[in-house]
Design a protein around this ligand. Structure first.
Ligand SMILES: Nc1nc2c(c(=O)[nH]1)N[C@H]1C(S)=C(S)[C@@H](COP(=O)(O)O)O[C@H]1N2
Ligand SMILES: [Mo]
Length: 356
C-alpha cells in the first residue's frame, strides 16, 4: 500500500499543465490546495483498504448544546476531509525523545465548534474516549489555541496503542503557557465523543424481554421509551451521602447524590423486571456499550439495594454537568456493597435495557 502519493500527484498535475500549454504558473495557493487534495485522497484510499475494522468504523459523535441540537457522527473519512491543519508540537507521551516536535494533522476543535454551533452561555467542551476517560476544556481556550483532534503524526496514522485513531493534542511547543492549564493528562487517547456543554437529561428504557436485534444501538425504537427530565423529577426522589467511586473529577470524601431508584425508572417506563431478569446499563463510552462485557444489574440487587440513577449532586442539588460525567450517572448506595465494583459507578448513563 503506498504510504503517500501526494507529491507524485502534485508533480503529475504540473506536467499536465505544461503539456496542455497552460501559460499561468500555479499559485502557491493552488499548489497548497492540490497538496491537501492529494493528502485527503491518499487517506481516503488507505481508509477504504483499512484492514482494522475498529478503525474503519471509528466515529466521532458531536453532541450536547450545539445549535444543531441533534447528535452528529463524523466518520474518520469525513474528519479526514476536515483535517487540513498541521499543528507542530512535542508530545508529552513521547518519552523516548521528549523534545521531538511532530507534525500532527487534524481538525482544530474550534473549526468543529464553528461548524456545529455553540448554544449561548456554554463555556466548556467535554471529550470522552473509548475507555470512558474524560477531559473538559474551556471554549475560550479552544477558540484561542489550535487544540486539535489529531489523526496523523508525521504523516502516519496514529495507532491504537499510541492513542489513535483520534488523539486530542495541545500545542505545547508554540504556546507553552497552556501547559499550566492543560497538563499531560488532558491529552486524551482514542476520543469518541465531543460534548458541547451538557446534554439534556433523559433516560432511554429498552424492553428486550422478547427480543432485540443485536448490536444496533439505533434500531427498534418501538420497544424504547424515553423518560424525560420532567418524568424523572416526578418519581420518588432519593438521596445518598457517601464516598463515590466515579473515576475522575469528583470530590474526595462524602458527596450527596440525588436521583431516582432504577426500579422506579423501570416502572415509569412500564417495564416489569422479571425475577430472574436483569437491566443492562449503557453509558456513552464504547466500553460501556460492549455487548461482550455488559454492566448487568440483576433484578434482585435492583430491588434489594436501591441502585440509583443520580441527576443532581451536592447540598444545593446542582445538575450533574458533563465535566462530571452527567447529566445522568449510576450510583451504588452502601447497601449494594456486596456486589459493588468500580466499573458500575457509571458516567453518562444513556440507556437501560431489560432482558432475561
Ligand atoms: N483515553 C485515555 N487517554 C488518557 C488517559 C486514559 O486513561 N485514557 N490517561 C491520561 C493520563 S492521566 C496519562 S498519565 C496518560 C497515560 O498514558 P499511559 O496509559 O501511556 O501511561 O494518558 C492520558 N490520556
Ligand atoms: Mo496521568
Amino acid at each position: 500500500m503506498p504510504k503517500s502519493f501526494g507529491l507524485p500527484l502534485v508533480l503529475f498535475s504540473l506536467i499536465v499543465m505544461v503539456v496542455c500549454g497552460c501559460t499561468n504558473q500555479p499559485s502557491s495557493e493552488q499548489l497548497e490546495a492540490w497538496r491537501k487534495d492529494a493528502i485527503a485522497h491518499n487517506f481516503a484510499m488507505n481508509t477504504l483498504r483499512e484492514p482494522d475494522i475498529e478503525r474503519r468504523n471509528w466515529q466521532l459523535e458531536i453532541q450536547g448544546q450545539t445549535t444543531r441540537q441533534t447528535p452528529t457522527y463524523l466518520s474518520l473519512l469525513e474528519l479526514n476531509a476536515l483535517a487540513t491543519t498541521i499543528t507542530r508540537t512535542r508530545d508529552p507521551y513521547n518519552t523516548n525523545n521528549p523534545k521531538q516536535v511532530f507534525n500532527f494533522r487534524g481538525v482544530p476543535v474550534s473549526e468543529l465548534l464553528d461548524l456545529f454551533g455553540v448554544a449561548p452561555n456554554v463555556t466548556e467542551v467535554t471529550f470522552v474516549s473509548h475507555d470512558a476517560y474524560r477531559v473538559t476544556v474551556k471554549i475560550a481556550d479552544l477558540r484561542r489555541y489550535p487544540i486539535t483532534i489529531a489523526m496523523e503524526r508525521d504523516r502516519e496514522k496514529i495507532s491504537r496503542i499510541e492513542g489513535g485513531p483520534l488523539y486530542l493534542i495541545f500545542p505545547y511547543t508554540e504556546f507553552p503557557e497552556i501547559e499550566a492549564k492543560y497538563s499531560d493528562r488532558y491529552w486524551a487517547f482514542y476520543v469518541t465523543n465531543m460534548i458541547v456543554g451538557t446534554e439534556p437529561l433523559q433516560l432511554k428504557v429498552r424492553d428486550c424481554r422478547r427480543s432485540c436485534p443485536k448490536g444496533n444501538r439505533h434500531a427498534s425504537r418501538n420497544n424504547t421509551k424515553v423518560l424525560t427530565a420532567d418524568t424523572l423529577a416526578k418519581l420518588p426522589q432519593v438521596t445518598i451521602n457517601e464516598a463515590v467511586g466515579y473515576r475522575i473529577g469528583w470530590p474526595i470524601g462524602k458527596v450527596k447524590l440525588h436521583g431516582v431508584r432504577v426500579s422506579d425508572a423501570l416502572a415509569a417506563a412500564g417495564v416489569m423486571l422479571p425475577t430472574k431478569g436483569a437491566a443492562i446499563v449503557r453509558g456513552k463510552a464504547p466500553i460501556y456499550r460492549d455487548s461482550n462485557y455488559p454492566i448487568r444489574l440483576d433484578a434482585a440487587e435492583i430491588k434489594n439495594c436501591s441502585l440509583m440513577l443520580a441527576t443532581h449532586w451536592g447540598d444545593d442539588r446542582k445538575l450533574i454537568p458533563a465535566n462530571m460525567g452527567g447529566p445522568l450517572t449510576l450510583a451504588l448506595p452502601n447497601s449494594c456493597k456486596a456486589t459493588s465494583d468500580d466499573r458500575r459507578w457509571l458516567s453518562f448513563v444513556e440507556e437501560l435495557e431489560v432482558s432475561y
